[in-house]
Design a protein around this ligand. Sequence first.
Ligand code: GLU
Length: 519
Amino acid sequence: MIIRDRYAPSPTGLQHIGGIRTALFNYLFAHSPAGNGEGKFILRLEDTDRTRFDESYVQNLYDTFSWLGIKWDECPNNSGPFAPYIQSERTDHYKKYAQELLDKGQAYYCFCTAERIDEVRKQREAAHSSETGYDRFCRSIDASEAAKKAAAGEPCTVRLKIPLGEATKFNDHLLGDIEWKNDDVNPDPVLLKSDGFPTYHLANVVDDHLMEITHVLRAQEWLASTPLHVIMYKAFGWTPPQFCHLPMVMGQDGKKLSKRHGATSIDEFRKQGYLPAALLNYVALLGASYEERKDIYTLDELAQRFTLEKLNKAPAVFDYKKLEWYNGQYIRMKSDEELAELCLPYAIEANLFREESLAETQRRGGRGEEKGEERREPTEEQVKIFTAAMALVKERLVFLSEVPEKITYLFKDPEIPAAEEFIPKKCDHAQTIKLLEIGKEIIKSMAEAPNDEQAENIIKAEAEKREVKLGDLMMPLRVAITGSRVSPPLFGSLRILGAECCVNRLERVMAEFQKQGRQ
Ligand code: GLU
């Protein structure tokens, strides 16, 4: 089977979960075994609504595709950058096809002004009429008269002449055979606007035909437009593609997924620190069942398994918790170096590398003059520390953006917490001082131990010898070094910070802690 499908967004908003799911299903289908390796996924910008157009949304579309790593397979002009099809650059096509429908008597010129159309609407409202849409006022104007007026420059639109008293049938892959009475379809919609731009309906149908689209997988909200499109295919004498309207994506409360539920734009997910592969993996399962007891799929594996039969008819429910789980899984698949590279932009953004004490600068081999410099980019040494820190945080990380806050203490002396934070349960101030003193005796060798196991052996042996609980010995030490009771693993932290820094921090804390005890 030849498969040519497309994602055809209008750049009137940021790319969101629903849109990306449509794009992904089209991508997967074109690259599925059904496509015999020759399927083509096309990207087409439907930017003919100039009132809602915004260049930043076009950029957002490109950024989203590039971040997700989804590539389209065809470029209209084979020179220059690999561009998608852009409807605003193709207006001549649409004019030509609007003319063809006029010539065939399947469309007509309409000279109604916006004021007249508004007047009709008001009159209907006053009469409590249930009629909506255009009242077909210009449909009865003699075609050659109308053509003359249009040629003389009278402002006009071109409308589709919907054959009344008939029904339009089409098949939807998920919803089956569908039949609409033509009289119930949006009455004679505009195809070509007075500014010469086509409406969505004309441009969409003409392009799907010219681009030889075989399958239209799109959101179910477009279902109401499909009878109209099928009428147009018939008017042109073209064969319509196979339609497949995808069920909605909903929040846990059964309502359409929206900002109320959480992030929806892909940009927000990126900023929160999602990995593109995790997002794609999760979105590909939104409304499709792959019948395997398997959660993690690469894009290629998904494409190998994708068939239209695997799509569900029921709406998909977006589960943020499940997406978080996916992100954690993908994070743990990364090496420390890969993860560091991914997290670094978040750390720079959070100013992790900016504030550094002089002692720290010097310890890391920096020069004294660097003190006070506002530096956002990390030094080579800082990148090394940052990379080493990945092993400490990787296991529990949900978002990349969490990293800077979790490891700030590796780059900056933490503020000294209040005294009670240091005191283990069932201990008092004096006992805690003792615990810190024991810690001080072993901290250097712990920091110098080559691995966690050896550092642990040192502290265990000391706890036994001094007859104190291991937990009681660890806790104040952790607070002194990391500034918090809950921190990434202590032994690894000591190793990264180095003996000198650990001893300094402990001494600083002990001085303060003793002072507080005397007050
Ligand atoms: N331009 C429409 C949109 O913004 C495309 C609908 C379709 O795929 O036909 O979603």
